[in-house]
Design a protein around this ligand. Structure first.
Ligand SMILES: [Zn+2]
Length: 203
């Protein structure tokens, strides 16, 4: 890339760091942006900056938000006694699109992965336990992604609720089977996801 103008090389390099974007795609995007009108390129750059400057994490559920607490946590119409635990903010988006869930969320920001050295302190499990400790929540739905890491994470949370919290009335459920194994919640279609919520079972 040494023969390529430095600004082009720099953008190709940055874009190719994005998930799912290889060098070829990064080059294609770079030349597309180069050919596009100035104001379009400026809007893209500004949208990226605004995202980083205005998005924060909700101090209750750790979802991404512009206000703290987020619009879901601060909505009195939501069922305050049910918390759905997910791995990523995109999972909240997927579940919200179904319209089938009216409770609150807790975003872990990852899953436990002993193989990759991701332990309990690396994700928001302790923060979840703090929310559950006062006994006001009556059901926790563990909606981690289907697959080894998601199932393992759900198991650790379930065991922790039993052994570390004095909340015997708390029901721990998980989504109904039928979600594609190894697929992320965010890729499940709305019908499948609605059925998975409605058919949830005790864990
Ligand atoms: Zn929130």
């Amino acid at each position: 890339m040494s023969d390529i103008a430095a600004p082009v090389a720099a953008l190709v390099e940055e874009l190719s760091k994005l998930p799912g974007v290889g060098v070829k795609t990064a080059q294609r995007l770079t030349f597309y942006i180069l050919r596009s009108p100035n104001d379009q390129a400026r809007r893209l750059a500004e949208a990226i900056l605004r995202l980083k400057e205005s998005i924060i994490y909700c101090s209750r559920c750790y979802n991404i938000t512009e206000t703290d607490p987020c619009s879901i946590c601060s909505n009195p119409g939501r069922d305050q006694e049910t918390i759905c635990v997910v791995e990523e903010p995109l999972d909240v988006l997927a579940l919200e699109k179904t319209g089938a869930y009216k409770g609150l969320y807790h975003v872990l920001h990852g899953a436990l992965s002993p193989l990759n050295g991701i332990g309990r302190k690396d994700i928001r499990i302790d923060e979840l336990f703090k929310r559950l400790a006062d006994g006001k929540v009556h059901e926790v739905i563990l909606a981690t992604n289907p697959g080894f890491e998601g199932d393992y994470t759900a198991g650790v949370i379930k065991d922790g609720i039993k052994s570390e919290l004095a909340v015997p009335q708390l029901r721990v459920t998980t989504l109904a089977r039928g979600l594609p194994l190894g697929g992320d919640l965010e890729y499940a279609d709305e019908g499948t996801l609605s059925r998975a919520i409605e058919g949830r079972r005790d864990l």
